[in-house]
Design a binder for this molecule. Structure first.
Ligand code: NDP
Length: 431
């Protein structure tokens, strides 16, 4: 019996609201708020039609902590799920602190005027949440989120120490548009056009190795044969879960993140960047200041609108190499190294039939609901700021499987160290 407040009513927020309604025995009162009322009201109508559940909608400017505090005081939730944009993370965290309410999000904070994301801003809230006696769970979408739980599950079930992690994210779907992003265009383009980093243990310390952005000459990529989806060109990308996982996985020697991109998508990115339409600094236009990226966002398809015609699958998972102590002989403890691949396959059309959304929104929107459930059911306890791998992965993954995101674990071969790099570049320097 709990009240939940969801902030954000885009592609992801819609799935989150539907899944809360589908779990109305846990979430007995559901509030959905966003910058404007049209999207929350459309979701409310669809939820009533599909699940017979009444939810309440609100307008809030989540950039303003005071507005969020007032809304929390009015709606009295036990947990706030933030599926608005990363720019609102800190103001919503401030509001949760002021009111003593649990906080869950799916993407780490970014300042609006700088295409840069990292956890430092949110990790700085650790003591405040601890003192207030509430939990903040960061990055509880699919990646970050479920990928963090997959690593924690590998450590709990199969290994004492993890040596290598490769996270692989494939969207083998088709939406029939010349160009569209699968989630917020602004956040998506900022993420994929930045400099790429992966992590490697060098001597005793770890270091971030930099390589060119995915659409530039010299980007690192290889063809991976995904289950169900088949071979797909996969590009090295910096992704936020790596920042916490490299701190929280004992014995780690290498971590990389790979995402599939089509040549068509990369060509569009190159053109947008070269003509300056993806810039995030203000430019003069007929005497007004406009931010090209915001204008571009207004031109591109709304990610939620892609769902109706989307076909194909997403395959997201982790290839993990680890070591497990075997039975000890009289002389020494035997160690056994192996590699496992843990992954989920989701189907765009199936997600659409269930909740009217495509699989990228679905895979991102279900996990924060389950994270809220874990807190409300007492399966995740504590006070402070947590990344998902710091919490018990088992009840989380079990509940995800019951709620549309099952996983599979298979044996795999480890991926080579210099994957995707030409021979001439196989000794990258530490930053
Ligand atoms: P959308 O842009 O489709 O939706 C964002 C929603 O937030 C909209 O309803 C928007 O309202 C609302 N919003 C924007 N600014 C404010 C504000 N100041 N106050 C209140 N509401 C606001 O994005 P998505 O649904 O695609 O993505 C949502 C989040 O999920 C993003 O942070 C994204 O990074 C994250 N994500 C995480 C993934 C993961 O696996 N971890 C994967 C995919 C996405 P309006 O439309 O009226 O502006």
């Amino acid at each position: 019996m709990a009240t939940v407040l969801i902030i954000g009513a885009g592609g992801v927020g819609s799935v989150t609201a539907h899944k809360c309604a589908m779990n109305s025995r846990v979430f007995t009162k559901i509030h959905l708020a966003s910058r404007t009322i049209a999207k929350p009201n459309a979701i409310k109508k669809d939820i009533k039609k599909r699940w017979g559940v009444d939810i309440t909608t609100h307008v809030v400017d989540a950039d303003k902590a005071k507005e969020v505090i007032a809304l929390i005081r009015k709606t009295k939730p036990e947990a706030v799920i933030n599926v608005a944009l990363p720019y609102q993370d800190l103001s919503i965290m401030d509001a949760c602190l002021a009111t003593g309410v649990h906080y869950i999000d799916t993407a780490n904070y970014e300042p609006k005027d700088e295409a840069h994301f990292e956890y430092s801003w949110q990790w700085a809230y650790r003591n405040k949440f601890k003192k207030r006696g509430v939990m903040a769970i960061l990055g509880a979408g699919f990646d970050p989120g479920v990928t963090n739980a997959y690593c924690a599950y590998m450590l709990k079930k199969y290994f004492d120490k993890i040596r290598f992690v490769d996270i692989l994210d494939a969207n083998a779907g088709s939406h029939e548009k010349a160009f569209a992003t699968n989630f917020s265009p602004e956040i998506n383009i900022r993420e994929v056009t930045q400099e790429v980093k992966h992590w490697r243990k060098i001597k005793r310390a770890g270091g971030w190795i930099k390589t060119p952005p995915v659409m530039n000459k010299g980007s690192v990529h290889f063809s991976f044969n995904y289950p169900v989806a088949g071979p797909r060109e996969s590009y090295l990308l910096f992704h936020e879960e790596m920042e916490s996982l490299v701190k929280n996985l004992p014995g780690l020697e290498r971590m990389r993140f790979w995402m599939t991109f089509s040549e068509n998508y990369l060509t569009h990115l190159r053109v947008m960047e070269s003509i300056g339409i993806s810039r995030i600094d203000p430019v003069d236009f007929k005497g007004e200041k406009i931010i090209p990226m915001e204008f571009l966002k207004a031109l591109l398809p709304d990610p939620a609108s892609l769902a109706k015609k989307y076909t194909g699958k997403t395959v997201i998972g982790c290839i993990v190499t680890g070591v497990k102590k075997g039975p000890s002989t009289s002389l020494r403890v035997k160690k056994k190294e192996s590699t496992k691949y843990i992954y989920n396959v989701s189907d765009h059309a199936k997600c659409f039939r269930e909740v009217g959304s495509q699989a990228i929104s679905y895979t991102a929107g279900v996990p924060p609901v389950i994270a809220a459930m874990m807190i409300l059911q007492g399966k995740w306890k504590g006070a402070g700021v947590f990344n998902v791998e710091e919490l018990d992965p088992e009840p989380f993954l079990k509940a995800l499987a019951r709620n549309g995101l099952p996983f599979k674990v298979v044996n795999h071969r480890p991926l080579p160290t210099y994957l995707g790099l030409p021979a001439s570049r196989q000794t990258p320097k530490k930053k």
